[in-house]
Design a protein around this ligand. Structure first.
Ligand SMILES: O=C(O)c1cccc(C(=O)CC[C@H]2O[C@@H](n3cnc4c(=O)[nH]cnc43)[C@H](O)[C@@H]2O)c1
Length: 231
């Protein structure tokens, strides 16, 4: 885990007007921090990869805060679904869905909702998500407002990509942290959303084709764009 000094150092000055942005790795955190250009409106932490680190680190940061955050954003690079979110574009969540949380059966996947164990589908804060989407578009960046999936195993086959797309129509992106961040925020009654900059297509694994630099540049530009909404 790579929590950022900036975040914890500044929490004592949190007067309740700040937001918490949670990335997975330092490269994503650095891109967000560059975009925010020294703004005091956000604390940024790198929580680690996957929903468990994301949830635990978010909960710890929220619990350690001197005053409640007004919003939590899960942010980072992600996979984009074919025809919905191209490499270099951005996806703002309207819903965050734990796509592989459930049970396999001979008849297919059974979600936790169907199993009766709560829900894998969380609504992102509509007002914040719309504001961020508009600000990103106004900045001239390509973006969609759509469901973002959280997976514990990054999709690596056409079959899994097709199964996810069929089960969650309109899904535009997948990452590995959004649902964990969202559950932690929801538990404390804090609004949440997710922002993904697309580095690769969801589908057959081809790590060499990931455009991480391009996605991090988009993440930086989107962070600069949303600054206007925060100030
Ligand atoms: O190698 C690097 O320089 C580097 C820089 C920034 C991020 C990374 C990662 O590998 C981060 C892993 C992170 O990325 C998300 N992600 C990206 N594409 C997908 C995908 O197709 N399916 C699921 N997750 C994806 C994920 O949230 C991971 O935390 C490397």
């Amino acid at each position: 885990m790579t929590n950022n000094d900036h975040s914890y150092r500044d929490q004592e000055h949190n007067d309740g007007s700040r937001i918490l942005i949670v990335t997975a790795v330092d490269a994503e955190k650095d891109a967000v921090v560059r975009g925010l250009a020294g703004s005091t409106k956000a604390d940024v932490i790198a929580a680690g990869v996957g929903p468990a680190y994301a949830a635990a680190s978010t909960a710890a940061a929220l619990a350690a805060a001197a005053a409640p955050y007004r919003l939590v954003i899960s942010a980072g690079i992600g996979g984009g679904f074919d025809g919905t979110a191209a490499v270099g574009s951005l996806v703002v969540a309207d819903r965050i869905i734990a796509a592989d949380l459930g049970a396999e059966s001979q008849d297919g996947f059974i979600s936790v909702d169907e199993l009766g164990f709560g829900t894998a589908r969380l609504e992102a804060d509509s007002a914040w998500s719309h504001r961020f989407y508009e600000a990103i578009r106004t900045a001239g960046l390509e973006a969609v407002l759509a469901p973002i999936l959280t997976v514990s195993t990054a999709t690596g086959t056409a079959a899994t990509a097709a199964a996810h797309a069929a089960r969650i129509p309109g899904a535009a992106a997948e990452g590995m942290e959004g649902y964990g961040v969202a559950v932690a925020a929801q538990r404390l009654g804090i609004p949440f959303t997710e922002l993904r900059a697309i580095s690769n297509a969801v589908g057959p694994r081809d790590r060499a084709a990931w455009r991480i630099g391009e996605a991090l540049a988009s993440l930086e530009a989107a962070s600069a764009a949303i600054l206007e909404v925060l100030e």
